[in-house]
Design a protein around this ligand. Structure first.
Ligand code: FAQ
Length: 329
């Protein structure tokens, strides 16, 4: 079993006095809201953090196709099937934009894939949960894409140009994804009693895993302080989680469904919902490789990578032939 271990120590953020002159100039550009482009000078830690985050994000988009792909052949109508197919294809496209953004930092897509497959790189915890019923596809669109948008809209303003531009395209598509999920939930919540129960069951199982998508609580988030100083991240994990809860509770009410949290309550003083935190022990288990579907997801990616070897080899051979031909002309 591979291990997705979480480091326990945070990275210290350098004060201005501790920075080299180059680092200070870099920080000034960030503070002034300038975009950093691939050929610009950047601290090694900035490059490494971006590669980690962008690649984790790219892997998530690609692995994220699996729980939904599972339902393409079983979608209840031709229309639902066409919509789901388009959504899953969008996720593949998101993965590609993101791998391209990571490649501008001097790492190859092959290397990133190898690091996903050997367990040294992560993908989002959420995709280690199974999609057991059609209502789960509704819950994934509504809650998982909903959480993804909440996290990614601010990332459109992230400091690294290629990542920021990729996010702008991705967010346009994610909002359609969220709407299609909500539409499935609406149909089911207003359908037969059995369909309503299925929708409630999907909400029960996906609520806390969706809250975990935002990452550990701020006190356990080892990268947040430095990533926010570099504007790689714009908000803390807890800030976005709270915004997601505040936005989603009224949507659940409109569906006539109950969020599986007896302590969930609107707090008049703060203007936000108070809610029960996810089980962080479960989160750390899932990101350490011990979630319900980790082994299955990685095995599917490994098989796809091996089965696709002949395509990659064929494309390379073709490119070499063309290059040789144009050199001879
Ligand atoms: N799952 O210090 P922090 C989608 C790790 S896209 C697994 O707080 P950071 C679209 C973290 O890497 C969903 N690992 O980390 C879609 C670190 O470990 P490390 C993906 C997690 O980076 C929908 C450690 O814990 N979105 O869903 C998770 O500052 C439907 C400590 O955490 C993105 O990737 C997690 N949930 O903040 C597709 C967005 N959370 O590397 C198909 C971009 C944390 O030190 C179908 N990423 N970890 O060993 C981010 O915004 C950030 O990376 C966070 C984590 C907020 C996810």
């Amino acid at each position: 079993m591979y291990a997705q271990m979480v480091k326990s120590t945070g990275e210290a953020v350098k004060s201005r006095e501790e920075m080299t002159p180059e680092e200070r100039r870099f920080q000034d550009r960030i503070d002034a809201g300038e975009k950093i482009e691939p050929k610009d000078w950047m601290p090694e830690g900035y490059r490494k953090t971006l590669i980690r985050q962008i690649a984790q994000h790219a892997h998530s988009e690609v692995v994220g196709q699996l729980p939904e792909g599972n339902w393409i052949t079983r979608a209840p109508t031709l229309e639902r099937k066409a919509i789901l197919l388009a959504k899953v294809q969008d996720e593949a496209g998101h993965g590609l934009y993101l791998y391209c953004a990571a490649e501008t930092l001097g790492v190859s897509r092959d290397e990133l894939t190898e690091r996903l497959l050997d367990g040294s790189m992560k993908y989002s915890s959420i995709f280690n949960y199974p999609t057991l019923t059609w209502a789960d596809i509704g819950a994934v669109g509504w809650l998982v894409d909903g959480a993804a948008i909440m996290n990614q809209v601010p990332l459109q303003r992230t400091s690294f140009g290629p990542y920021s531009r990729a996010m702008i395209r991705i967010c346009k598509e994610e909002s359609f994804h969220q709407r299609q999920g909500y539409d499935i939930m609406l149909k089911m919540a207003r359908g037969t009693e059995a369909q309503r129960r299925m929708a409630q069951d999907a909400l029960n199982r996906f609520w806390y895993p969706a809250l975990m998508m935002f990452g550990p609580s701020d006190k356990d988030s080892v990268h947040s302080a430095q990533s926010m100083a570099w504007k790689i991240k714009i908000n803390t994990n807890d800030e976005l989680r709270q915004k997601f809860v505040d936005q989603t509770v009224p949507q659940a009410e409109y569906l006539g469904l109950t969020i599986p949290d007896p302590d969930l309550k609107f707090n008049e003083e703060t203007g936000h919902y108070d809610f029960t935190q996810p089980d962080w022990e479960e989160f750390f288990q899932v990101v350490s490789g011990n979630g319900p579907c980790n082994a299955e997801r990685l095995e599917a990616r490994r098989r796809a990578w091996e089965d696709g070897a002949w395509v990659r080899e064929g494309l390379l051979a073709h490119a070499e032939k063309r290059a040789a031909r144009s050199a001879a002309e």
